[in-house]
Design a protein around this ligand. Structure first.
Ligand code: ATP
Length: 344
């Protein structure tokens, strides 16, 4: 089912939690809603579910205006961060619950319910655990039961609100891969709230980057990482440094020094943004210089934090340096800026 959100605004009292949000999602797309705390991700999800009513704007499921429908009529599958399983019901009963209370549908015969539960258990790779109670499952298994229960109603749209947020890093990674595969198999239009950018970039067909109640950018992982359209997106996704600069005759100047050439925009002031890997360590005479303030080892590389100001303004940038390069904290480093993006 494709979903179209048009000019949604949501106010809580005087507080505008979402301003003029519009988004078109194709049938079967896996969309990540990514943004800092308070940016409006959960509010958008709750509006799609019908748990909140918009102050203005509409939400369409296919051609139909979902704004006029109740939560039940929307047939949404919902999974929250804290698995809301019924503790006194077995895994099978939890999943069957969705089938038995399906709104608008007559309750299927018992044999049919049993067969559907068994299919759903296979789908989430939990065959054999149907008689267990939630307390006898791991966190990752519980979230898969929650997902099976959400799928039992044959949802038009699947909404996942930080479903792996309460799990440890390793399980989270496993479930991420599993969810991707699950989505590819079942093909439900899915909205997935996360504040973990790695999760968003790895999982989603497209990422919706949100900030302060607005959508900053919608695009593939490559779009938002390689072609961020605003300083916010550039600094929110991945590691980056920024410097205030001026542009004159195509040269990019920082504190009067030329740090890059080839900008074809007009002269004026702005800020450049770049990633640690956009800076190359260089030895020759016209390379830029800075002082290493700190260095940290990552798996296959090292990141040096470098003070490049000449007059004590304290502008620091991060440079990726090869492990074998000699880097001493307090020492000088020479480098060249290879790529950057200028925002005016
Ligand atoms: P988080 O990552 O922390 O869950 P979020 O991006 O999901 O954040 P929302 O929960 O959508 O953010 O909240 C957006 C803004 O709306 C926040 O400033 C929040 O305080 C406010 N807000 C959300 N729900 C309500 C409510 N019921 N009443 C008043 N304000 C609310």
């Amino acid at each position: 089912m494709d979903v179209t959100i048009t000019n949604i605004r949501k106010e809580f009292g005087q507080f505008p939690a979402l301003h003029d949000v519009s988004l078109s999602v194709g049938s079967g797309e896996l969309m990540a809603l990514l943004g800092p705390s308070g940016s409006g991700k959960t509010t958008l999800l709750r509006l799609i579910a019908g748990l909140e009513q918009p102050t203005a704007g509409r939400i369409f499921f296919g051609e139909e205006d979902a704004s006029l429908k109740s939560v039940q009529e929307r047939h949404i599958g919902f999974v929250f961060q804290h698995y809301a399983l019924f503790r006194h019901m077995t895994v099978a009963e939890n999943i069957a619950f969705g089938l038995k209370v399906r709104p608008g549908a007559t309750r299927p015969p018992t044999a049919e319910i049993r067969r559907r539960v068994s299919d759903l258990l296979d789908m989430v790779h939990l065959g054999g655990l149907e008689k267990r109670y939630p307390a006898q499952l791991s966190g990752g298994q519980r979230q898969r039961v929650a997902l099976a229960r959400a799928m039992a109603i044959e949802p038009t749209v699947l909404l996942l609100d930080e479903p792996f947020g309460a799990l440890d890093a390793k399980v989270r990674k496993e479930l991420r891969r599993w969810l991707k595969e699950f989505h590819d198999r079942t093909g439900h239009t899915t909205f997935f709230v996360t504040h973990d950018q790695e999760e968003a970039l790895e999982l989603a067909d497209r990422v919706v980057v949100m900030s302060q109640g607005t959508i900053e950018q919608v695009g593939t992982a490559d779009d938002v990482y390689d072609r961020p359209n605003s300083p916010f997106v550039f600094s929110f996704i991945g590691d980056s440094s920024s410097l205030p600069v001026s542009v004159k005759d195509g040269a990019v100047l920082f504190e009067g020094r030329r740090i890059g050439i080839g900008d074809d925009g007009p002269d004026g002031a702005g800020s450049i943004f770049f990633r640690p890997q956009d800076v190359a360590v260089a030895e020759d005479g016209d390379a830029l210089r800075g002082r290493v303030i700190a260095s940290r080892r990552l798996a296959g590389t090292r990141i040096a934090e470098v003070d490049i100001s000449t007059n004590g303004t304290g502008h620091h940038i991060e440079i990726e340096v090869p492990l074998e390069a000699p880097v001493t904290v307090g020492g000088e480093i020479r480098f060249r800026l290879q790529h950057w993006k200028l925002f005016r």
